[in-house]
Design a protein around this ligand. Structure first.
Ligand code: GAP
Length: 532
């Protein structure tokens, strides 16, 4: 049977990734290990660029977000509090015939052992009833391997942010609303890793936890909560005091889509999927998935969840340490509110706190007592912040960028005969190599010397690749496949064969093959705005 166009494309991508050093199977010389992938020289650069762009956009370019780099192994109590120990599981079934293990909620397909990008049907043997299978990787800390030493590799980077919330708040001098960002490894023992790196067992996340005031606090201070229809996305409006959780949620969805556009994934390639109430995690008030159309289907790239005060509340209860904040502004505003307004806001805050506590299994009476105490805190300027969480996967984004950039077109070869070329049309910001410097001939010392001088001039500013091997057309094609947006050729005119062209170079554009002549002295200023 003929393979579908999508599968063929996926196979071409997987093969290009290996051939050009973007992504290899982990432990390949030992037959590989399912769900683990290594990034080769070009992949490592691409990944680094993506993470740096995210970090810059989310932290350095803003006054209201700071960074964190926490450990991968943390106290197992964190995963108790977050709910991962008890509920982070997939329903699984075993096949009694082939001994395979599969997710009960997915079609029974497994990656083909010969072509991991392709899914093949599993046998039709008798299956066991579904059982919960926890997705966290477990290990032991210290020399004794008993239950008291169990720890987990983090399944998300988010929880460390919640656990360190108070430390960051106190040391960074931030005030709510503000965010904490983290990039790092996460591990999930996925039952069926699939679709190349899309669902891996070891992957990286880029997560922001953006802490905001609960709506009752916004209303007490600003007198109202802005409707989402009123929310623009202009810089001057960011963080108006009347922004409640819906405004902040909408704002972050827009910000994240703008980020993807800025690195070469047009809005038309993305789908904004608003989860239906029945799809939401129990603590979430809303969640928008940003989906990308991969060759194997339209699937999640990032989730942007409004997580209420669930996480900080859980850590407060499990650690016994207060996670709330104090704001003089709230205390003052509260004391100036009319009694009926105070009562209405108190009641709403109380109801939300009580609902959460009861949901978490706290007895009705205790929940009512604790919720009363929490709501009484408002008058003293105290509350537990809510959170908006844009959570993106680095590896999925890399795959999306490669899939989006992959194209085949016709371009004349050196003799003018059209040939098919494979080109990765990366946005220059993410491209692993920004510019290739190519002396026309490698056996002409003057050309080589000049080319090396150009390389050395640009190198402190960007990733430059120097290549003097083979015909110039072949060298261009190699850079096209690597996704290098610009190639600089040093030829005899550069050396002054035509005096008016001395110290100029040919700048060749990857996407259309067009060439222009630029002075060496202006190269840096020409390149920098394009790659940043
Ligand atoms: N803290 C929230 C959280 O972890 P998630 O939807 O489970 O939410 C967030 O994960 C993002 O992490 C996903 O949108 C995806 O990009 C990435 N991700 C999750 N599981 C993954 C896996 N097995 N392989 C690759 N990326 C994954």
């Amino acid at each position: 049977m003929a393979e579908s166009k999508e599968n063929v494309l996926m196979e071409k991508i997987v093969s290009l990734c290996k051939r050009r050093g973007f992504i290899y199977q982990s432990s390949e010389i030992y037959g590989g290990i399912n769900g683990f992938w290594d990034y080769g020289p070009l992949g490592a650069e691409l990944k680094r660029n993506v993470k740096e762009l995210w970090w810059n956009t989310m932290t350095r370019q803003r006054d209201d977000v700071v960074g964190l780099e926490a450990t991968i192994i943390m106290s197992p109590q964190i995963w108790k509090a977050s709910g991962h120990v008890d509920t982070f599981s997939d329903p699984m079934i075993d096949c009694k015939t082939c001994k395979g293990r599969f997710r009960a909620d997915q079609t029974h397909e497994i990656p083909c052992p010969q072509k991991p990008s392709k899914m093949v049907s599993e046998c039709h043997g008798e299956k066991t009833p579904p059982r919960a299978f926890n997705l966290m990787f477990q290990t032991y800390v210290g020399p004794v391997q008993d239950d008291s030493a169990i720890a987990y590799l983090r399944p998300e980077t988010a929880q460390a942010i919640f656990a360190q919330f108070k430390n960051v708040l106190e040391t960074s001098r931030q005030k709510v609303p503000f965010g904490i960002a983290q990039v790092g490894k996460a591990f999930r023992n996925e039952v069926t890793p699939r679709n190349f790196t899309f669902r891996s067992r070891e992957f990286e996340q880029m997560e922001l936890e953006f802490f905001i005031k609960p709506d009752e606090v916004v209303e007490a201070i600003a007198g109202r909560v802005a409707s989402t229809a009123e929310i623009g996305n202009r810089k001057s409006e960011i963080g108006n005091p009347d922004w409640g959780w819906e405004a902040w949620h909408k704002y972050w969805v827009e910000q994240r889509i703008a980020f993807y556009e800025g690195i070469g994934l047009p809005r038309t390639t993305l789908v904004e999927y608003w989860q239906k109430p029945e799809e939401l995690a129990h603590y979430a008030r809303a969640c928008v998935d940003i989906l990308f159309t991969f060759p194997f289907g339209t699937q999640e790239l990032e989730g942007i969840a409004a997580r209420s005060d669930f996480d900080l509340s859980q850590h407060e209860r499990f650690s016994g340490k207060p996670m709330g904040v104090f704001e003089e502004e709230l205390r003052t505003a509260w004391n100036q509110l009319p009694k009926e307004k105070q009562d209405a806001l108190w009641r709403r805050y109380y109801e939300n706190r009580k609902k959460y506590l009861v949901k978490m299994g706290v007895a009705e009476e205790t929940a009512a007592r604790d919720a009363t105490e929490d709501a009484n805190g408002l008058a003293k300027g105290q509350y537990i912040p809510h959170v908006i969480e844009p959570s993106a996967g680095v590896d999925r984004l890399i795959l999306a960028l490669i899939a989006n950039a992959y194209s085949e077109d016709q371009m004349p070869d050196e003799k003018g005969k059209p040939e098919t070329r494979v080109v990765l049309k990366f946005h220059p910001r993410v491209a692993p190599i920004k510019v290739a410097v190519l002396p026309l001939l490698k056996n002409k010392p003057e050309l080589v010397k000049k080319a090396q001088a150009v390389r050395d001039q640009l190198r402190p500013w960007m990733n430059v690749f120097y290549d003097d091997a083979g015909a110039i057309g072949r060298r261009y094609r190699r850079q096209d496949e690597a996704g290098t947006p610009f190639c600089i050729t040093i030829d005899f005119d550069t050396l002054g064969e035509k005096p008016e062209l001395q110290d100029t170079v040919t700048m060749r554009h990857r996407d259309d093959g067009k060439q222009e002549r630029l002075a060496i002295g202006e190269l840096l200023n020409w390149l920098l705005p394009k790659i940043r």
